[in-house]
Design a protein around this ligand. Structure first.
Ligand SMILES: *[C@@H]1O[C@H](CO)[C@@H](O)[C@H](O)[C@H]1NC(C)=O
Ligand SMILES: *[C@@H]1O[C@H](CO)[C@@H](O)[C@H](O)[C@H]1NC(C)=O
Ligand SMILES: *[C@@H]1O[C@H](CO)[C@@H](O)[C@H](O)[C@H]1NC(C)=O
Ligand SMILES: *[C@@H]1O[C@H](CO)[C@@H](O)[C@H](O)[C@H]1NC(C)=O
Ligand SMILES: *[C@@H]1O[C@H](CO)[C@@H](O)[C@H](O)[C@H]1NC(C)=O
Ligand SMILES: *[C@@H]1O[C@H](CO)[C@@H](O)[C@H](O)[C@H]1NC(C)=O
Ligand SMILES: *[C@@H]1O[C@H](CO)[C@@H](O)[C@H](O)[C@H]1NC(C)=O
Ligand SMILES: *[C@@H]1O[C@H](CO)[C@@H](O)[C@H](O)[C@H]1NC(C)=O
Length: 727
């Protein structure tokens, strides 16, 4: 009997406790001193917790020493002051302010009472005991057992362990069924993803579920388990706590805690063991390295942190960026190798098998600030570089262009105090190596000159031989007084200046075919009777020997019936000329935009021209040894041979002239407005897609016979352009 009384008393106490603690009626309030509503178990608390120099409102584990925060209301609001009051009204929970009620929680119907459940869910009910709001529907960075992440919803990491406002990573349950991690403020595309459950295409309404035994799994809309993220099966006895959280560092983890042992949280599972995996941990131009398994951000060589205290700001270069364009003599450039991987955002990909060609190509291209070489492809990239991390396992090699002052004390920002001695040492070493190289080049070139040029042998020269030969030639002006035309590898002929002058009757006006952006083009006739077109590169075009070499190598590599055929070249002092096959039918625009000549282009011809251009472009993009992006495909660059067969000309030029881009804003833009894809015209982003865009414009022109705006207003209206025969 006594026992029964005992039990009744206990039941009464329990009921009272429940009444007090887990049934909060409308009109109740909290202050920062009487600060929380506890769950019945006393484990979870809803209310004020300290944040910064004030308070935030949320749910935390009151029953453990760490007071772990699992949910925060309006996490990005500033902390509230000491005198704040939280009021439970029919519309939700509000902080009264001078301006009125600031609602932290808005219920979907009239709320009459609230409860802090033992599960960690804070729930508002209407008078009909229906849920009108629950914290489980609004997760921040944490999921608790029983809580689900619904399709379309995301978890956002916290800024730091102490600051629960939104940080820089997110985990999204996508509508396509995939659970993916991204940095914040990025589109949901795979470029940015750094974790995926690999369940894309599993349909709408897939949910992430969290079982009491630590089981994280995905259910499709029929309630079928489609993926186990963790196996579950962890002990569920009293005192065991689990939570899943996307951590400040971007990795999401399953934690366990044993109340009885008064333990700390321990990791049961994590989405990645490598803390450098989350993209965006390090800012632009910096890359993540692991030091004792902890991530740290390092700047690219010769870059410095934008903000010492915050690595997400990234790094900036500490040498003058436009030194390349302005040919600042105080800097030279080298390529430094970094064992690292980066986001692929290349503007050009060349098929190259030699690492040194790849490096050299970047040094000679002012647009290029880094190259990635994987043995078959050389991808050129501009700054900024993103999502970098040290990766010793990668077969890809990254080379970063760095500016080095030629004089040790030119730039005090670069040369550190005390390193002058070292710099002198390097100068000595550099001089020695330079001298050795010079001797080598001289030897090789004189050997080659004797062997290949004067003996009349026509063995093909390799690219390197050609380069060296041309290097040696540069200092001595005319091709060592070469009077007869010589033969080179790749079927390239070296024309003597005298023969070019003779062929074009000393570059006479009558023989001028047109004036291109890079200099005039002349028609010529060799003594053999062959007709040629001579592109005389302007001295002021800024094209140096290296660019000229580039173009030659590039063009001589390209052999296709729909590309214009390069016969050879001529170097005379500072002057450089390219010699092409002469195209009697000039260029496509010559026919297309002239009402009488256009009649000669019947549909069959037009179709054949379109097909020819497509074939040539396909070859440039796909089947040539190097991938070439033309960048300036337009009617005046399509030449027509005697059978009206189209030949793409000017390929490779855009790439070679890239460092003129800035200057070109006034005289010549790389590419032609009207043919340029919007993203290239506006942001300078180009790829083979830009050529495809230009091709589309070209096809429309060929079909309609109408030119793009630019053409009609510019070249055509004033008639000053003789239809860009060969430029
Ligand atoms: C909570 O309190 C309200 C009124 O204060 C009452 O209507 C409701 O039935 C109570 N709910 C529970 C679960 O005790
Ligand atoms: C704290 O709030 C509860 C319920 O809201 C109330 O009963 C209690 O008197 C308050 N205590 C203090 C010290 O204000
Ligand atoms: C709280 O105190 C601040 C000053 O510390 C004051 O500006 C504010 O009006 C006070 N708020 C309320 C609700 O009393
Ligand atoms: C997904 O859930 C929403 C809301 O419950 C529902 O309206 C929609 O029809 C569901 N979609 C599918 C494909 O089941
Ligand atoms: C869900 O069930 C419906 C029928 O109930 C079926 O047609 C559909 O294929 C199922 N979807 C998945 C993803 O299993
Ligand atoms: C997930 O794990 C459960 C056991 O915990 C198992 O029954 C189920 O088949 C697994 N599902 C998948 C998709 O692997
Ligand atoms: C670092 O800077 C970013 C960008 O301004 C900012 O969002 C973030 O809160 C800062 N992090 C810290 C720890 O201050
Ligand atoms: C190179 O450095 C010298 C001083 O050492 C300076 O006078 C000159 O302007 C610099 N040149 C450029 C292009 O910055």
């Amino acid at each position: 009997m006594a026992c029964l009384a005992c039990l009744l008393a206990l039941a009464f106490v329990a009921a009272e406790a429940q009444q007090m603690q887990s049934n909060i009626s409308q009109g109740s309030s909290l202050t920062t001193t009487n600060s929380t509503w506890l769950s019945r178990s006393g484990l979870y608390a809803f209310g004020f917790y300290r944040q910064g120099d004030g308070y935030a409102v949320g749910i935390f584990l009151a029953g453990i020493p760490q007071k772990t925060v699992v949910w925060t209301a309006n996490r990005d609001d500033p902390p509230v002051s000491n005198n704040a009051t939280l009021l439970f009204t029919g519309d939700g929970l509000a902080l009264p302010t001078a301006e009125g009620q600031n609602y932290l929680v808005k219920s979907s119907g009239s709320a009459s009472y609230a409860s802090m459940l033992n599960s960690g869910n804070f729930v508002l009910y209407n008078s009909g005991r229906e849920i009108v709001w629950q914290s489980f529907d609004h997760p921040t960075d944490t999921l608790l057992p029983g809580q689900r992440l619904l399709s379309g919803n995301e978890l956002f990491s916290a800024k730091s362990e102490a600051d629960h406002s939104t940080g820089i990573f997110r985990l999204k349950m996508q509508n396509d069924g995939n659970l993916v991690q991204y940095p914040v403020d990025t589109p949901d595309t795979s470029v940015y993803a750094f974790y995926s459950s690999l369940t894309v295409g599993q349909g709408e309404n897939v949910t992430l579920n969290f079982g009491a035994d630590g089981h994280l799994y995905l259910l499709n809309r029929n309630g079928t388990n489609i993926r186990n993220i963790t196996d579950g099966g962890l002990p569920t006895d009293e005192g065991k706590l689990y939570l899943m959280r996307i951590d400040v560092g971007g990795i999401f983890r399953l934690y366990s805690h044993d109340l009885k042992k008064n333990a700390i949280w321990s990791v049961e599972w994590e989405s990645s063991k490598d803390k450098c995996v989350p993209k965006g941990l390090c800012g632009l131009n910096s890359y993540c390295v692991l030091i004792d398994l902890e991530p740290d951000c390092k700047c690219l060589p010769r870059f410095k942190s934008v903000n010492q205290g915050n690595q997400t700001f990234g790094c900036e270069r500490n040498f003058v960026a436009d030194a390349c364009i302005n040919r600042n003599e105080n800097f030279t450039y080298t390529m430094e190798e970094l064992e690292s991987t980066w986001e692929d955002d290349s503007y050009m990909s060349l098929r190259l098998s030699d690492k040194d060609d790849c490096i050299q190509g970047c040094l000679e291209d002012c647009d290029c600030e880094a190259v990635f070489f994987d043995g078959t492809n050389c991808r050129k990239q501009r700054l900024p570089l993103r999502f970098g991390r040290r990766d010793k396992g990668t077969s890809e090699r990254a080379f970063i262009k760095v500016g080095v002052p030629t004089k040790p004390d030119t730039d005090p920002r670069i040369v550190q105090p005390g390193s002058k001695k070292k710099a002198h040492k390097w100068i000595w070493i550099g001089t020695a190596i330079g001298a050795a190289l010079l001797v080598m080049v001289l030897c090789i070139s004189s050997y080659l000159l004797r062997r290949k040029l004067f003996s009349g042998e026509t063995n093909p020269m390799s690219e390197n031989e050609m380069l060296e030969w041309m290097e040696s030639d540069r200092s001595t002006g005319d091709v060592k007084g070469l009077q007869n035309d010589g033969k080179m590898g790749n079927n390239l002929t070296i024309f003597s200046y005298a023969s070019v002058v003779a062929a074009t009757t000393n570059f006479s006006e009558e023989n001028k075919l047109g004036q291109g952006g890079f200099g005039p083009v002349y028609k010529g006739k060799l003594v053999t009777g062959r007709e040629i077109a001579v592109k005389r590169l302007s001295r002021c075009s800024g094209q140096g020997t290296s660019e000229f070499k580039n173009e030659l190598i590039l063009i001589s590599e390209l052999q296709h019936t729909n590309l214009v055929h390069l016969f050879g070249f001529c170097i005379h002092g500072e002057e450089r000329m390219l010699i092409y096959a002469y195209m009697p039918n000039k260029s496509l625009d010559y026919f297309l935009f002239d009402s009488t000549r256009a009649m000669l282009l019947d549909w069959t011809k037009r179709f054949n021209i379109i097909e020819g251009i497509a074939q040539g472009l396909l070859y440039l993009h796909k089947y040539s040894r190097m991938r070439v992006i033309h960048r300036d495909l337009k009617a005046s660059n399509i030449l027509l041979d005697e059978y009206m067969k189209p030949k793409i000309s000017d390929f490779g030029l855009a790439r070679i002239f890239t460092h003129n881009e800035l200057e070109a804003n006034t005289n010549r833009i790389v590419g032609t407005y009207g043919y340029m894809s919007p993203e290239y015209a506006m942001e300078g982003i180009f790829s083979i897609k830009s050529d495809v865009y230009s091709f589309g414009v070209l096809v429309l022109e060929i079909i309609s016979g109408m030119g793009v705006m630019e053409r009609r207003q510019g070249a055509r209206a004033n008639g000053s352009n003789t239809k860009g025969f060969m430029y």
